[in-house]
Write a new protein. Structure first.
Length: 270
Protein backbone atom coordinates (compact mmCIF):
# COMPACT_ATOMS: atom_id res chain seq x y z
CA UNK A 1 0.00 0.00 0.00
CA UNK A 2 1.12 3.62 -0.51
CA UNK A 3 2.05 5.73 2.54
CA UNK A 4 -0.76 7.41 4.42
CA UNK A 5 -1.71 11.04 4.83
CA UNK A 6 0.04 13.25 7.40
CA UNK A 7 -1.59 16.03 9.43
CA UNK A 8 0.66 18.51 11.24
CA UNK A 9 -1.30 20.59 13.75
CA UNK A 10 -0.33 24.03 14.96
CA UNK A 11 -2.58 23.49 18.00
CA UNK A 12 -6.22 22.74 18.77
CA UNK A 13 -6.17 19.07 17.86
CA UNK A 14 -9.25 18.41 20.05
CA UNK A 15 -11.09 21.67 19.32
CA UNK A 16 -13.66 22.27 16.58
CA UNK A 17 -11.23 22.76 13.71
CA UNK A 18 -9.12 19.89 14.99
CA UNK A 19 -12.07 17.52 14.87
CA UNK A 20 -12.78 18.52 11.27
CA UNK A 21 -9.16 17.84 10.34
CA UNK A 22 -9.21 14.42 12.00
CA UNK A 23 -12.44 13.65 10.13
CA UNK A 24 -10.83 14.58 6.81
CA UNK A 25 -8.05 12.04 7.41
CA UNK A 26 -10.28 9.34 8.84
CA UNK A 27 -12.43 9.46 5.70
CA UNK A 28 -9.41 8.28 3.72
CA UNK A 29 -9.18 5.06 5.78
CA UNK A 30 -11.01 1.77 5.45
CA UNK A 31 -12.85 0.17 8.36
CA UNK A 32 -12.12 -0.90 10.98
CA UNK A 33 -10.35 2.27 12.06
CA UNK A 34 -7.78 1.53 14.74
CA UNK A 35 -6.33 4.61 16.44
CA UNK A 36 -3.09 4.48 18.44
CA UNK A 37 -2.25 7.35 20.81
CA UNK A 38 1.50 7.58 21.46
CA UNK A 39 2.28 8.92 24.94
CA UNK A 40 6.00 9.66 24.50
CA UNK A 41 5.92 13.48 24.16
CA UNK A 42 4.19 13.75 27.56
CA UNK A 43 5.86 10.68 29.07
CA UNK A 44 7.68 12.74 31.71
CA UNK A 45 4.47 14.25 33.11
CA UNK A 46 3.05 12.69 36.29
CA UNK A 47 -0.44 13.02 34.77
CA UNK A 48 0.39 11.46 31.41
CA UNK A 49 -2.36 8.87 31.90
CA UNK A 50 -4.90 11.67 32.38
CA UNK A 51 -3.73 13.34 29.17
CA UNK A 52 -4.11 10.05 27.29
CA UNK A 53 -7.56 9.32 28.72
CA UNK A 54 -8.80 12.72 27.58
CA UNK A 55 -7.44 12.12 24.08
CA UNK A 56 -8.96 8.65 24.00
CA UNK A 57 -12.34 10.05 25.08
CA UNK A 58 -12.13 12.69 22.35
CA UNK A 59 -11.55 10.12 19.61
CA UNK A 60 -14.18 7.72 20.93
CA UNK A 61 -16.89 10.30 21.60
CA UNK A 62 -16.35 13.20 19.20
CA UNK A 63 -15.49 10.93 16.26
CA UNK A 64 -17.92 8.16 17.13
CA UNK A 65 -19.37 8.11 13.59
CA UNK A 66 -16.18 6.35 12.51
CA UNK A 67 -16.55 3.72 15.27
CA UNK A 68 -12.83 3.88 16.08
CA UNK A 69 -11.01 1.32 18.18
CA UNK A 70 -8.71 3.45 20.32
CA UNK A 71 -5.66 2.14 22.17
CA UNK A 72 -2.89 3.93 24.07
CA UNK A 73 0.78 3.26 23.35
CA UNK A 74 2.27 3.81 26.82
CA UNK A 75 5.78 4.37 25.45
CA UNK A 76 6.81 6.93 28.05
CA UNK A 77 10.60 6.72 28.07
CA UNK A 78 13.61 4.58 27.27
CA UNK A 79 14.02 1.87 29.88
CA UNK A 80 11.75 0.92 32.75
CA UNK A 81 8.21 -0.47 32.66
CA UNK A 82 7.07 1.90 29.89
CA UNK A 83 10.01 1.37 27.58
CA UNK A 84 9.66 2.84 24.07
CA UNK A 85 11.72 -0.12 22.87
CA UNK A 86 9.40 -2.76 24.35
CA UNK A 87 7.50 -4.98 21.91
CA UNK A 88 4.59 -5.28 24.34
CA UNK A 89 4.33 -1.51 24.86
CA UNK A 90 4.51 -0.75 21.13
CA UNK A 91 2.08 -3.58 20.21
CA UNK A 92 -0.99 -1.35 19.54
CA UNK A 93 0.91 0.19 16.63
CA UNK A 94 1.11 -3.14 14.81
CA UNK A 95 -2.45 -2.83 13.47
CA UNK A 96 -2.99 0.92 13.79
CA UNK A 97 -4.48 2.72 10.81
CA UNK A 98 -4.34 6.15 12.48
CA UNK A 99 -1.44 7.21 14.72
CA UNK A 100 -1.61 10.31 16.89
CA UNK A 101 1.07 11.97 19.05
CA UNK A 102 0.75 15.41 20.53
CA UNK A 103 1.57 17.75 23.39
CA UNK A 104 4.52 17.52 25.76
CA UNK A 105 8.20 18.28 25.30
CA UNK A 106 9.77 18.18 21.81
CA UNK A 107 13.27 17.48 23.12
CA UNK A 108 12.00 14.71 25.42
CA UNK A 109 10.03 13.10 22.58
CA UNK A 110 12.99 13.11 20.19
CA UNK A 111 15.40 11.80 22.82
CA UNK A 112 13.23 8.92 23.98
CA UNK A 113 11.84 7.85 20.59
CA UNK A 114 15.04 7.89 18.55
CA UNK A 115 16.15 4.40 17.51
CA UNK A 116 13.29 2.61 19.32
CA UNK A 117 10.78 -0.02 18.31
CA UNK A 118 7.98 2.52 18.83
CA UNK A 119 9.44 4.90 16.26
CA UNK A 120 10.24 2.07 13.85
CA UNK A 121 6.62 0.90 14.00
CA UNK A 122 5.27 4.42 13.52
CA UNK A 123 7.35 4.76 10.35
CA UNK A 124 6.54 1.26 9.11
CA UNK A 125 2.81 1.59 9.62
CA UNK A 126 2.81 4.98 7.90
CA UNK A 127 4.63 3.48 4.92
CA UNK A 128 2.00 0.72 4.87
CA UNK A 129 -0.86 3.22 4.63
CA UNK A 130 -1.65 4.39 8.18
CA UNK A 131 -2.40 8.09 8.57
CA UNK A 132 -0.15 10.08 10.88
CA UNK A 133 -1.40 13.02 12.97
CA UNK A 134 1.16 15.04 14.92
CA UNK A 135 0.53 18.15 16.97
CA UNK A 136 2.55 20.55 19.06
CA UNK A 137 5.59 18.81 20.64
CA UNK A 138 5.30 15.72 18.44
CA UNK A 139 5.18 17.83 15.28
CA UNK A 140 8.33 19.69 16.35
CA UNK A 141 10.18 16.49 17.24
CA UNK A 142 9.33 14.94 13.85
CA UNK A 143 11.28 17.55 11.89
CA UNK A 144 14.90 17.63 10.77
CA UNK A 145 15.66 20.00 13.64
CA UNK A 146 13.66 20.27 16.86
CA UNK A 147 13.06 23.50 18.72
CA UNK A 148 13.65 22.98 22.49
CA UNK A 149 10.72 25.17 23.53
CA UNK A 150 10.79 24.53 27.28
CA UNK A 151 14.54 24.97 27.50
CA UNK A 152 14.43 28.37 25.80
CA UNK A 153 11.06 29.74 26.94
CA UNK A 154 10.99 28.43 30.52
CA UNK A 155 14.58 27.62 31.52
CA UNK A 156 16.34 30.49 29.78
CA UNK A 157 18.78 28.56 27.58
CA UNK A 158 20.26 30.45 24.68
CA UNK A 159 18.40 29.89 21.40
CA UNK A 160 19.51 26.62 19.80
CA UNK A 161 18.23 23.62 17.88
CA UNK A 162 18.41 19.91 18.62
CA UNK A 163 18.47 17.06 16.10
CA UNK A 164 14.92 16.05 15.27
CA UNK A 165 13.65 12.64 14.19
CA UNK A 166 13.69 13.76 10.53
CA UNK A 167 10.62 11.70 9.62
CA UNK A 168 10.07 13.62 6.40
CA UNK A 169 13.43 12.67 4.88
CA UNK A 170 11.69 9.50 3.67
CA UNK A 171 9.53 11.78 1.50
CA UNK A 172 12.51 13.71 0.16
CA UNK A 173 11.75 16.70 2.41
CA UNK A 174 13.99 18.55 4.85
CA UNK A 175 11.36 20.06 7.09
CA UNK A 176 11.63 21.81 10.43
CA UNK A 177 8.18 22.22 12.00
CA UNK A 178 7.17 25.19 14.16
CA UNK A 179 3.59 25.03 15.51
CA UNK A 180 1.91 27.79 17.56
CA UNK A 181 3.24 30.12 14.85
CA UNK A 182 0.78 32.94 15.61
CA UNK A 183 0.43 32.33 19.34
CA UNK A 184 -0.59 35.50 21.20
CA UNK A 185 -0.93 34.28 24.80
CA UNK A 186 1.62 36.84 25.95
CA UNK A 187 -0.58 39.74 24.82
CA UNK A 188 1.07 43.11 24.24
CA UNK A 189 3.72 42.54 26.92
CA UNK A 190 5.37 39.34 25.68
CA UNK A 191 5.77 37.99 22.16
CA UNK A 192 4.85 34.29 22.32
CA UNK A 193 4.60 33.72 18.58
CA UNK A 194 6.81 31.19 16.78
CA UNK A 195 6.17 28.43 19.37
CA UNK A 196 6.55 30.82 22.31
CA UNK A 197 10.11 31.98 21.55
CA UNK A 198 8.96 35.18 19.83
CA UNK A 199 9.84 36.73 16.48
CA UNK A 200 13.14 38.29 17.60
CA UNK A 201 14.64 35.11 18.99
CA UNK A 202 13.24 33.10 16.11
CA UNK A 203 15.06 35.30 13.60
CA UNK A 204 18.31 34.31 15.32
CA UNK A 205 17.23 30.67 15.38
CA UNK A 206 16.43 30.69 11.68
CA UNK A 207 19.91 31.98 10.90
CA UNK A 208 21.39 28.93 12.65
CA UNK A 209 19.74 26.42 10.30
CA UNK A 210 21.35 25.00 7.15
CA UNK A 211 20.19 26.73 3.97
CA UNK A 212 18.60 23.54 2.64
CA UNK A 213 16.17 23.30 5.56
CA UNK A 214 12.59 24.45 4.99
CA UNK A 215 10.66 25.83 7.96
CA UNK A 216 6.96 25.06 8.15
CA UNK A 217 5.22 27.49 10.51
CA UNK A 218 1.68 26.40 11.40
CA UNK A 219 -0.83 28.73 13.00
CA UNK A 220 -2.94 27.70 15.96
CA UNK A 221 -6.14 25.72 15.29
CA UNK A 222 -4.72 24.95 11.86
CA UNK A 223 -3.12 21.95 10.20
CA UNK A 224 -0.93 21.31 7.20
CA UNK A 225 -2.06 18.12 5.47
CA UNK A 226 0.58 16.30 3.43
CA UNK A 227 -0.28 13.69 0.79
CA UNK A 228 2.86 11.62 0.03
CA UNK A 229 1.21 9.93 -2.97
CA UNK A 230 0.08 13.08 -4.77
CA UNK A 231 3.14 14.91 -3.36
CA UNK A 232 0.94 17.82 -2.46
CA UNK A 233 -0.21 19.64 0.64
CA UNK A 234 -3.26 21.51 1.84
CA UNK A 235 -3.99 24.02 4.61
CA UNK A 236 -7.04 23.44 6.78
CA UNK A 237 -8.26 25.34 9.83
CA UNK A 238 -8.67 28.76 11.38
CA UNK A 239 -5.31 30.22 10.31
CA UNK A 240 -2.58 29.70 7.78
CA UNK A 241 0.78 28.09 7.14
CA UNK A 242 4.05 29.95 6.53
CA UNK A 243 6.75 28.29 4.43
CA UNK A 244 10.29 29.66 4.82
CA UNK A 245 12.75 28.27 2.30
CA UNK A 246 16.01 30.13 1.69
CA UNK A 247 15.06 33.77 1.17
CA UNK A 248 11.55 32.82 0.08
CA UNK A 249 8.54 33.27 2.37
CA UNK A 250 5.13 31.96 1.33
CA UNK A 251 1.99 32.38 3.41
CA UNK A 252 -0.85 29.97 2.65
CA UNK A 253 -4.42 30.50 3.88
CA UNK A 254 -7.09 27.97 4.81
CA UNK A 255 -7.98 25.86 1.78
CA UNK A 256 -4.77 26.57 -0.13
CA UNK A 257 -3.20 23.62 -1.95
CA UNK A 258 0.45 23.39 -2.92
CA UNK A 259 2.97 20.95 -4.43
CA UNK A 260 5.80 19.42 -2.42
CA UNK A 261 8.12 21.50 -4.60
CA UNK A 262 7.19 24.50 -2.45
CA UNK A 263 8.75 22.70 0.53
CA UNK A 264 12.10 22.09 -1.11
CA UNK A 265 15.04 24.45 -1.34
CA UNK A 266 15.87 25.32 -4.94
CA UNK A 267 19.50 24.89 -5.95
CA UNK A 268 20.83 28.42 -6.53
CA UNK A 269 23.15 27.05 -9.22
CA UNK A 270 20.21 25.41 -11.01
Amino acid sequence: MPPGMIALFGSGETARHGRQIHEALLRTLASPIRIAIVETPAGFQPNVDVVSRKLQAFFEQRLQNFKPEVRVVAARRRGGPYDCDSAAIAAPLEEASYIFAGPGSPSYAARHLRGTRTLDLICRRHEEGAALALSSAAAIAAGQFALPVYEIFKVGDDPHWLPGLDLFARLGLRLTIVPHWNNAEGGSELDTSHAYVGAERFAALRAMLPAATTILGIDEHTACLLDPVARSGRVMGAGGVTVLSGDRETVLADGAAFPFDLLTMRDPAG
